[in-house]
Write a protein that binds this ligand. Structure first.
Ligand code: G
Ligand code: G
Ligand code: MN
Ligand code: NA
Length: 254
């Protein structure tokens, strides 16, 4: 069986599950969760997304896979929003450029919000700078439709892509996510510090918030905080976890 046929089969058999990785704000603990898809393959165990998302994209299966992730993540958010210990959480969902540019994408998200009862203002959609290679006017229209319902947008892997900074002020985004390659060599790498400071300065100048990903050590966290970034995601706090383990983490007061 070709991998793409296995993915089709996996979609029919509901083998795709969503894990959640905490996003932590200085002084507030866990404020949100990034939804990260995993394939619970019957023979190969958990297959990471790098091994199937690109294949799914080439095979035109992202509409289906993306919908499965969206439905699962919004159903989870809906459940969390109704329990006191988790009602404050936002959920961040990765959206590939191919998904954003599908016909009816905005309507499909609004439909999933209605069906699941998830609060739109607690949904963050993570896009990468690769959306800039497409019909950017069309992307902005889709984003504005969702934004008008309260859904927010983040630019994932920020700084690794097509960094014409001029475009940023035209996108209805709320957050920049500093790529892990700029976090890895903190606190000692001067150019990484310069990049963190530049992103923080840019974000503050145009009213965006900033989160850093790939935070693995307390030294990295402290360096980010010293340079103005106060929201973090990474193994220092937790790996991506099944939903029940994520909720347990909150209960334990992490
Ligand atoms: O979960 P992991 O850290 O292995 O993720 C690897 C990559 O797969 C990341 O770049 C992440 O953005 C991407 N990814 C994870 N889940 C999804 C998803 O549901 N949809 C899309 N489009 N990409 C995802
Ligand atoms: O591209 P995106 O930001 O969506 O990727 C999230 C990916 O980063 C997931 O595959 C997740 O497992 C991985 N990840 C999460 N925390 C860390 C970390 O602290 N270090 C590294 N190297 N990867 C991480
Ligand atoms: Mn992401
Ligand atoms: Na990223």
């Amino acid at each position: 069986l070709r991998l793409e046929d296995e993915i089709r089969l996996g979609l029919e058999r509901d083998e795709f599950v969503v894990f959640y990785q905490p996003q932590v704000r200085d002084g507030q603990g866990i404020v949100s969760a990034e939804a990260l898809v995993r394939w619970r393959h019957p023979g190969r165990g958990f297959v990471p997304p790098v091994q199937f998302v690109p294949v799914a994209e080439r095979a035109g299966l992202m509409p289906q896979l993306g919908r499965a992730v969206m439905d699962a993540a919004l159903a989870q958010l809906s459940e969390w929003s109704r329990a006191p210990a988790t009602s404050h959480l936002s959920v961040a969902i990765n959206i590939s450029a191919a998904q954003l540019y599908q016909d009816g994408f905005a309507e499909s998200v609004l439909d999933a919000l209605k069906r699941t009862g998830a609060p739109p203002t607690q949904v963050m959609l993570e896009l990468t700078e690769s959306i800039l290679l497409g019909d950017i006017e069309g992307a902005i229209a889709v984003m504005q439709t969702l934004r008008s319902h309260g859904v927010r947008f983040s630019i994932d892997d920020f700084g690794t892509g097509y960094s014409s900074l001029g475009y940023l002020q035209h996108l209805p985004i709320s957050e920049l996510k500093i790529d892990r390659t700029f976090v890895r060599d903190l606190p000692d790498n001067e150019s990484n510090i310069a990049i963190v400071r530049a992103v923080v300065g840019l974000a503050s100048a145009i009213g965006l918030s900033v989160i850093a990903e790939g935070v693995e050590t307390e030294e990295q966290r402290a360096s980010l905080a010293a340079h103005g970034c106060h929201v973090f995601q990474g193994y220092l706090f937790a790996r991506p976890l099944p939903a029940d383990e994520f909720a347990q983490l909150l209960q334990d007061g992490a």
